[in-house]
Design a protein around this ligand. Structure first.
Ligand code: NIG
Ligand code: FE
Length: 391
C-alpha cells in the first residue's frame, strides 16, 4: 500500500478529542495517508518518511464535509416558484408536487445524470459524504428507481415516500400511508439504509410519522425526520422519544423540544440554506448549544425550499445568522454531521485521526475561520476522498 505524506499544512483541523479545543487544531502539521485511511497525524517536524510527498503550501486542511440531508434525485426546475417567493408568496409543502410530476416523467438516465452532477458540484465544495433521499417519485416504481439512482452515488440512501401525499391520493391519505408502509417500503428497503418522514402540517401528522418509522424499522431501516420546518409541532419530540440519531430543520422549537433534544442526545440538524431561501427566521443555534443540544448543519439541497449544494455557504450562514462560532460550525459539518449518519466510529469520517477514512478538504486560506470570514468565495483548493485527490 502506498503511503503519502502531506506536509506544509498551516492549520490542521483534526476534531480529535484528545487534542486541544473543539477542533483539535495542529499548527504547522503533516499527515500520512495510506490506502484509503489516515495513518499518522502530527507536527510536520515529526512526520515519518513516506513513498510520496505533497506540499499543502501553508493551506488549512479539514476533514471532508459531511452533508447528512439532501434531496438530489429529481427533475424539473422551480426557479419561478423561488422568484415568486422572493416577491412575497410564502413557501408551502405542496410545491413538492411540481417536482413529483417532472420526476415521474424523467428516465432513470436523466435522474442519474442530474443527481451525479449535483454530487460532483458538492465534491468541488468539499463534501465527501452525502446522504440522498428519494421523495419526488411517490409511487412504488418511482420511489424504488429514485433510490436505485441514489444508491449509485452514495451508501447513505433514505426512503422518503412519506414526503407529501401525492395528488392521486389526496382524498385518501390513510391509503397512501398504507402504501408507503406496505408495498412501497418492501420495494424500496433493498435500496435504502434510512427512512424519513416530513412531519408537518400539510404533509404527515405525528401518528402517520410514527407508523412510517415503525414500519421502516421493522424492515431494517433506521429513522430520520423532517420536523418543525414551517411551524411548531410534535415531530421533534417523536424523534427524541424514538431515539433517532438526528432530527432535521428544527426551525420552530418549543422549550419542551429543546429539553427533549438535550435529554435524548438526538442531534438537531439545522438547515440554514432553507431559511435563506424561504425568508423564514433562522433557528437559534446559540441557544441550542447553550442548552446542551448537539447541533449539526446540512444543505437540504432540493429544488424547492433550498437549492444550494454548498456546505461552506451553510457554515457562513450559521455563523452570521445563527450565533455559531466558526469552530462550532465547522465541527457541525464534520464530526457532528458524521455522527448524524452513524459514521463517527473509529473507521468512520468527520475527523482526521489514524484509522479514519482519508477524506480531506484543502482550503486556499490559512484557517477554517475563512469559511465564514470570506463568504461566497470558492476557497476549496483540493479534495481527497478515500485517500485519493479528486478535486
Ligand atoms: O427539506 N421539507 C420537506 N422537503 C424539502 C423541501 C422539498 C421541496 O420543496 O421540494 C425540505 O425542505
Ligand atoms: Fe429536506
Amino acid at each position: 500500500m502506498t503511503a503519502t505524506v502531506i506536509t506544509g499544512i498551516g492549520e490542521l483541523v483534526t476534531n480529535d478529542p484528545d487534542r486541544d479545543g473543539l477542533l483539535g487544531i495542529v499548527s504547522d502539521a503533516a499527515l500520512v495517508v495510506e490506502g484509503d485511511r489516515i495513518a499518522w497525524v502530527g507536527p510536520a517536524v515529526d512526520a515519518p518518511a513516506a513513498d510520496a510527498a505533497v506540499d499543502a503550501g501553508g493551506r488549512a486542511v479539514l476533514p471532508g464535509f459531511v452533508d447528512s440531508h439532501s434531496h438530489l434525485v429529481f427533475a424539473g426546475d422551480r426557479a419561478r416558484e423561488f422568484a415568486a417567493r422572493m416577491s412575497g408568496t410564502p413557501y408551502a409543502a405542496g410545491g413538492i408536487r411540481t417536482s413529483v410530476a417532472a420526476t415521474r416523467a424523467a428516465t432513470d438516465e436523466e435522474l442519474l445524470s442530474r443527481a451525479a452532477r449535483l454530487v460532483q458540484e458538492m465534491l468541488r465544495q468539499g463534501t465527501t459524504t452525502v446522504e440522498i433521499k428519494s421523495g419526488y417519485g411517490l409511487t412504488t416504481r418511482d420511489e424504488a428507481r429514485s433510490l436505485a439512482v441514489a444508491r449509485q452515488l452514495t451508501e447513505h440512501t433514505t426512503f422518503l415516500g412519506a414526503h407529501v401525499v401525492p395528488e392521486e391520493h389526496a382524498d385518501d391519505p390513510a391509503g397512501y400511508v398504507a402504501l408507503v408502509t406496505g408495498p412501497m417500503l418492501e420495494a424500496c428497503a433493498p435500496h435504502a439504509r434510512w427512512i424519513d418522514v416530513f412531519c408537518e402540517a400539510g404533509a404527515f401528522d405525528v401518528d402517520q410519522a410514527r407508523a412510517v418509522l415503525d414500519a421502516g424499522e421493522a424492515a431494517g431501516l433506521r429513522g430520520r425526520l423532517h420536523a418543525s420546518q414551517l411551524g411548531p409541532g410534535p415531530g421533534v419530540r417523536l424523534a427524541c422519544e424514538l431515539g433517532l440519531l438526528a432530527v432535521d430543520h428544527c426551525t420552530y422549537l418549543e422549550p419542551a423540544d429543546v429539553d427533549a433534544l438535550r435529554d435524548s442526545g438526538t442531534i438537531a440538524t439545522l438547515l440554514p440554506g432553507v431559511e435563506f431561501s424561504t425568508r423564514q427566521p433562522y433557528p437559534d443555534a446559540r441557544a441550542l448549544l447553550a442548552a446542551g443540544v448537539r447541533v449539526s448543519l446540512a444543505s437540504d439541497c432540493n429544488p424547492g425550499s433550498c437549492f444550494t449544494s454548498s456546505i461552506p455557504f451553510c457554515v457562513a450562514l450559521a455563523v452570521r445568522e445563527m450565533g455559531m462560532s466558526p469552530a462550532e460550525a465547522v465541527h457541525a459539518v464534520t464530526a457532528t454531521a458524521a455522527a448524524a449518519l452513524d459514521e463517527d466510529g473509529p473507521r468512520g469520517v468527520g475527523r482526521i485521526v489514524p484509522g479514519r477514512r482519508a477524506d480531506l478538504v484543502l482550503l486556499d486560506a490559512p484557517s477554517h475561520v475563512h469559511l465564514a470570514y470570506r463568504p461566497g468565495v470558492p476557497l476549496v483548493a483540493g479534495v481527497w476522498q478515500r485517500g485519493r485527490p479528486v478535486v
